[in-house]
Every structure is written in C-alpha cells, then in structure tokens.
Design a binder for this molecule. Structure first.
Ligand SMILES: Nc1ncnc2c1ncn2[C@@H]1O[C@H](COP(=O)(O)OP(=O)(O)OP(=O)(O)O)[C@@H](O)[C@H]1O
Ligand SMILES: [Mg+2]
Length: 287
C-alpha cells in the first residue's frame, strides 16, 4: 500500500472498508464530516478532513500548535472568517454545510473559544439572557427564573455572581473567561460541545471546576464532547471513546484512549515524520 494512502486515506483512518460503508455511517453519527477542505484569505488550511462523533461519546482532538484544530472547530461552527471549499458537515441528520453560525447553534452545536471574545458595553448577564432567549429548544424563562438559574450555575462553577454585571469578557482573567465559556455551555445544553483548550492556562482549582463542568454537562444532558487539548490531565475524569490526531491541516491518525499516554510520552514527531514521508512519496509519484 502506498505510504500516502496508509496515513491519509480517510476511509482507512475511519476503519471502513469501502466508500459505501463510509457514507452509510454519516447518518448514524451525531456529527459527520466528509472531505472537508477549508481556507482563509486563499490560504488552504484544512485538507480532506473526515470526522465522525456518535451521540453521547467523548472524543479528543490533539495535534501540535498550528495543526488546524481551532480552525476545524470554527469551520464546524460556521465562522464566516473561513471558507469551506469542499466537503460536507452533517449534524443530527441535518446538512449544516451552508447554514450560518446561528442556525448551527440553534441545531445544538456549541464551540467554546480558545480565545473568548470581549464585547465592551454588553453586561455578561444580558448576553447570557440573549443567547438563551434565542434558542428555539429552551423554555422561555421569566427574569426571576433566569437569574436563579444563572446564579445556581455560577455557584456550581465557583464564579462570583457579582461578575455577572460586568461587561462581557472585559478585564476578566484567563481562568474567569474559561469559566464563562462553561457557564454558557451549561446554560444552553447543546447536543455537541466542542471545547477548544477550555483547560489551558488554568490553576489547579479552576481546572477542577472546568472538569466538574464537563461532567455536569455529560450527566445532565447526556452531552457529546469534542475536546481540543494539549493537557491530558483534564481527561482523567472522563471516559474517552476516541482520539483524533491532526498534523498540518490533515487528520493523520485516530484510535482509542490508549493513544493519549503514547502521545504524552512521545509527542507528535512520529506523525509529523509519517506525514512528511507520505507527502514526499506522493510528490515523487506525481512527477
Ligand atoms: N484567521 C486566520 N488568518 C490567517 N491564518 C489563520 C487564521 N486562522 C488560522 N490560521 C492559520 O491556520 C493554521 C492553523 O491554526 P489553528 O489555530 O487552527 O491551529 P491549532 O491546531 O488550533 O493550534 P494551537 O494548538 O496553537 O491552538 C495556522 O498556521 C494559523 O496561522
Ligand atoms: Mg488552537
């Protein structure tokens, strides 16, 4: 078998024998991505990505800095900064490919940003109220009920309620911003949560709060997780079903939770070398 197809053939990576089998599984997964290519400002970043996440599972996306993990999260969410040049995104049986970000959110997709945004002038509580009111699947809460719910969640996340009156993201510490992302997650109860380094830069206490938030999400709404992380400590309390590895915009490997200690011990060098070798071989064959 050719080296490039060994490492890059999406059907093989997914463990399917035929293209037919690969297509069939698209409907049985909560999230199913096929042949996704994406670029920004004419620069191609993601190459032929396939990814399946079944309902109720915990998946982890790993890879070196600049591999394209955050870009993939943003493209799944429909961030207009990126152009999807090829492929399909199917979520909960619906084709998301051409839908704007708000429709994807209403369908139950959620992305916590690696770098949460700041919106001066918008109080955090008003923002939370607006995103909840915009959800067709959530019951409309009276002001008092809403305040009670947010205060309860804030307390569970060890987030002082006086912060709810502050402007969104403005002046919050890195750890506080990540807790606000978790607050949104628990408030919206999406079907699939993509958490982009929600654990990075946290002290021990904040890390355990975020970890608790993930468990709460799993328990309360049988949540499905796609966790992007460099720090495998956050995964200790979760049963990881599948690990996906990206290098230079390619999905280069996937496996079960046993991949995590291997990556912890050996890093991504092996995958980077395999990808370089496969690309060289493909170029030589093309010439
Ligand atoms: N809006 C953008 N404009 C220009 N280049 C971009 C943009 N977004 C991503 N890129 C580029 O795409 C590549 C992948 O970036 P991305 O942030 O997805 O990597 P990552 O795997 O999340 O890395 P990290 O682990 O450091 O967070 C990088 O080379 C990055 O500079
Ligand atoms: Mg990133």
């Amino acid at each position: 078998m050719h080296a490039l197809s060994t490492i890059l053939n999406p059907s093989e990576l997914q463990g399917f024998k035929t293209t037919d089998e690969r297509e069939k599984t698209m409907t049985s997964n909560l999230l199913s991505i096929r042949g996704l290519n994406a670029s920004v400002d004419e620069k191609s970043i993601l190459h032929n990505i396939d990814l399946d996440v079944p309902q109720g599972e915990v998946h982890v996306l790993m890879g070196p800095n600049g591999a394209g993990k955050s870009t993939l999260g943003h493209v799944i969410m429909g961030d207009p900064v990126y152009t999807m040049t090829d492929g399909t995104i199917t979520f909960n049986g619906e084709d998301m490919t051409d839908l704007p970000a708000d429709k994807r959110s209403h369908a139950g997709l959620f992305l916590s940003f690696q770098a949460p945004v700041e919106i001066p002038g918008v109080p955090l509580s008003s923002f939370l109220r607006a995103i909840l009111d915009g959800r067709p699947d959530q019951p409309k809460l009276k002001n008092k009920e809403f305040r009670k719910r947010v205060k309860e969640l804030a307390a569970e996340l060890d987030f002082p309620t006086k912060n709810l009156n502050r402007e969104l993201g403005v002046g919050f510490s890195g750890g506080e911003k990540k807790k606000i992302e978790m607050l949104q997650l628990l408030l919206l109860e999406p079907k699939l949560a993509i958490l982009d380094e929600t654990d990075s830069g946290l002290d021990v206490d904040a890390l355990s709060v975020v970890s608790k938030g993930m468990e709460m999400y799993r328990e309360r709404c049988n949540g499905t997780l796609l966790i992007i992380t460099h720090n495998t400590r956050i995964l200790e309390h979760l049963d990881v079903d599948r690990v996906h590895v990206m290098v230079k915009g390619n999905m280069v490997a996937q496996g079960d939770a046993d991949l995590i200690p291997q990556i912890d011990a050996n890093g991504f060098e092996r995958y980077e070398a395999q990808l370089a070798e496969a690309q060289d071989a493909a170029q030589a064959e093309a010439e």
